[in-house]
Design a binder for this molecule. Structure first.
Ligand code: FAD
Ligand code: SIN
Length: 545
């Protein structure tokens, strides 16, 4: 794939989740035929958070729903920090993007009721913080249905090259490769490790789109897959792009607490259908914390569970789904039902042991309404980005929505940009190759795993649901030591995917800690005992690094 020369319009998309794949399709379906689109992905194409999404995609669909209501629910969940214009964009453009997914072959679950109105034909779920049923889903395997349909559509299009096992290492940008001081910078491509050959390739592009997902793997217990190591956020930060709101790490309230299935998510849609949370004494407790009970926004439910567990000394709480009955559980939530059954849990009779786990990175690469980062030529979409939609706490099922809305916007914007005459920076005809220097093969593989574990444990212990200045300072000190160590590995050894990810995790962990230290108030997902109240001075301020 080495293509260091700057040949006709080339768009490079990093990541093959919903954001990356739908953006690639937007480019080829709406752009002139000479644009080449390459999608690089560091593992198998199907791997990423998208395929694990259960609940669904939020969109105003039913005639009982309105854009205003979805906007309002998003703003309330976001605890005063959402950008209202961005919320309006996502909500209003959502239905058209969902229709596009349907046209691309995504089979959302249809309603069992007889209806003559096609708009009403889909079964709609409800989740925490939503005042209406507005979540389209494919049983409880929505992400997998989306991922498969998008990959099948991409495979049909010869203008998209999808390359698996390519792990992007760093962005190439003008200030990095041109020696004299530059007034303007620009992203020019990436260095990527081909993990099949071990070679590092130089890939030039007119536009680079980060669709690399979130950073849940920075925490010990997470619903996220191994790919979620915050690579795009770390790469953008190193290249000088602005990163926003990294303190807002979302904990999903109900991850199954089981030695065999540690990270298995139990969808919030179950609570939408009537499941309730109970404490160790089997009492329903959410009403003691919020009048919306088990369907309060996610930050409130996760924090309440954490408090209840601390109060009672229990290791988990219970999710009681018994009111739904066997038939509804089996037909509406077949994947969860089967998984629980294999673990010896009959959902119609047994309460499920659940705990909160790290789930979603609300912050990320700061972008504008067209997905442009502060580094020209670099876009970010999906969980890697911070658009302003989620504010201090993401509303359930708004992330798949955000990904498709911004994938479309980036394709439109980058397409227009590619028609413009080239930028004012004088560039060499080809980009420099990666210098390996005297790096030696990595021998002590064990150090990587141990260091990774240390980072994840540190964030879990010190930068969790409830924070304090003292704990954040401890985390900061530990991370500074780990950073030194990892930098040494990075400059001493030949790069492997594990080492690339480890370096990125350190960067992301430090971004989370520094952002949390900057926010001197409690808001949404950031709760600190030292500043327990919302401070209105902060109400419109993002944390930008
Ligand atoms: P991902 O789907 O995570 O894709 C990232 C891609 O980037 C992967 O292909 C990865 O391999 C690649 N990549 C990463 N780093 C590199 C690199 N260095 N080089 C090359 N490639 C790289 N949201 C909802 O809206 N509704 C839900 O019901 C829902 N349920 C969820 C359930 C679970 C268990 C989880 C974990 C998340 C859920 N979410 C849900 C959140 C949502 O799934 C994600 O936010 C969304 O799928 C992210 O899509 P993405 O395309 O941005 O990233
Ligand atoms: C879930 O199904 O509970 C997850 C939904 C989401 O994260 O948006």
């Amino acid at each position: 794939m080495n293509s260091s020369t700057r040949t006709p319009p080339h768009v490079l998309i990093l990541g093959s989740g919903i954001a990356g794949l739908s953006c690639a399709l937007q480019f080829v379906e709406n752009a002139p035929s000479d644009i080449r689109v390459t999608v690089l992905t560091k593992a198998e194409a199907t791997e990423g958070a998208t395929r694990y999404a259960q609940g669904g995609i939020a969109s105003v669909w039913s005639k009982d729903d309105t854009f205003e209501a979805h906007v309002q629910d998003t703003l309330v969940a976001g605890a005063g920090l959402c950008s209202k214009p961005i919320v309006e964009i996502c909500v209003r453009e959502g239905p058209a993007r969902v229709r596009e997914l349907i046209n691309w072959g995504v089979e959302f679950t249809k309603t069992s009721h007889h209806t003559t109105d096609p708009a009403e034909a889909f079964d709609l779920h409800r989740e925490g913080g939503h005042g209406q049923r507005r979540i389209l889903h494919a049983d409880d395997l929505t992400g997998l249905a989306i991922e498969k349909a998008l990959l099948a559509r991409v495979a049909l299009n010869p203008r998209i090259s999808l390359l698996e096992d390519f792990c992007a290492i760093d962005l190439i940008h003008a200030r990095k490769i041109i020696q004299e001081p530059l007034a303007k910078d620009r992203c020019l491509g990436v260095y990527a490790l081909n993990t099949r050959t071990g070679k590092i390739e130089t890939i030039a592009a007119d536009s680079v789109v980060l669709a690399t997902g979130g950073a849940g793997k920075a925490y010990l217990y997470t619903t996220n897959p191994d790919t979620s190591t915050g690579d795009g956020i770390a790469m953008a930060y190193r290249a000088g792009a602005k990163i926003a709101n990294m303190e807002f790490i979302q904990f999903h309230p109900t991850c199954l607490y089981h030695p065999v299935a540690k990270t298995f998510l139990i969808t919030e849609a179950l609570r939408g259908e009537g499941a309730i949370l109970r404490n160790g004494d089997h009492e329903s407790f959410m009403e003691n914390y919020d009048e919306r009970g088990s369907l309060a926004p996610r930050d409130i439910v996760a924090r309440s569970i954490d408090m209840e567990m601390k109060r009672t000394g229990q290791k988990h709480v219970w999710l009681d789904c018994t009111s739904l009955g066997e038939h509804e559980l089996k037909t509406k939530f077949p994947n969860i039902y089967e998984t629980c059954l294999k673990l010896g849990l009959r959902m119609e009779n047994d309460f499920l042991p659940v705990v909160p786990a790290t789930h979603y990175t609300c912050g990320g690469v700061r972008v504008n309404e067209w997905g442009e980062s502060s580094l020209p030529g670099l876009y970010a979409i999906g969980e890697a980005s911070s658009t302003g939609l989620h504010g201090a706490n993401r509303l359930a099922s708004n992330s798949l929505l955000e990904a498709v809305v911004f994938a479309n916007r980036v394709a439109k914007h980058a397409h227009e940009q590619l028609k413009q005459p080239s930028m004012e920076i004088e560039l060499p005809p080809s980009l420099p190759s990666w210098e390996t220097g005297r790096a030696a093969p990595l021998e002590e593989q064990i150090d990587i795993a141990a260091t990774w574990q240390e980072i994840r444990q540190t964030l879990w212990n010190y930068v969790g649901i409830v924070r304090s200045d003292r704990r954040l300072e401890r985390a900061q000190k530990r991370l500074a030591i780990i950073r030194e160590e990892v930098n040494e590995y990075y400059w001493t050894y030949l790069l492997t995917k594990d080492l690339i990810e480890l370096r990125n995790l350190v960067t992301v962990a430090e971004l989370v800690i520094r952002s949390a230290q900057m926010r001197k108030e409690s808001r949404g997902l950031h709760y600190t005992v030292d500043y327990p109240a919302v401070d209105d001075e902060w109400s419109k301020q993002d944390t930008v690094l």
